[in-house]
Ligand binder design. Sequence first.
Ligand SMILES: [Zn+2]
Ligand SMILES: [Zn+2]
Length: 179
Amino acid sequence: MHLNPYGEYAVLLAASLANDWPADRAGIVGRTRAFGMTMTFRAAPDDHARTRRVLDEWLTVVDAGDPTRRAELLNRQMAAVAAYPRLTDHDGEGWHLHYRDDDRPLPDVLAAVVSVGTALHLTTRGMHRLGRCAAGQDAGDPCAAVVVDVTRNGRQRYCSVRCANRAAVRRHRTREAAR
Ligand SMILES: [Zn+2]
Ligand SMILES: [Zn+2]
């Protein structure tokens, strides 16, 4: 997979898996394809459960508000899964870098791609550009979606237009009630 300089699709892939968790291993592999990964993965019976654990670990980074804490967690995850970068040209993708050893099982590949991709995203775009949808921070709102901010101005707070509108309606009502 090409980890572009911003780590963008690795972190978007992780958010997609977190926001819409596939029911089986084939669903996870399908998602990696949708986000541009071309490689085939060695299959193991616990791939689905282990990938879930990779994501739950990654969610601790998403939920760490403080940049120092966020960096600590991410450093620990990279130390556990990432290897020396190496050049590869598998599957006709053209030469690019992998941050892991060859022929790793699916959960290990994703752990490396997601942790390094998230580190690249945060360091190039900004440490704050990852979090949960702002609508869900209002009392009683159920949205817990992960938001990866890849916008130019760095002000994306909601996972969807729907959530942005719902929060706006709520703010309007609060203002009306205060009159
Ligand atoms: Zn690759
Ligand atoms: Zn939302």
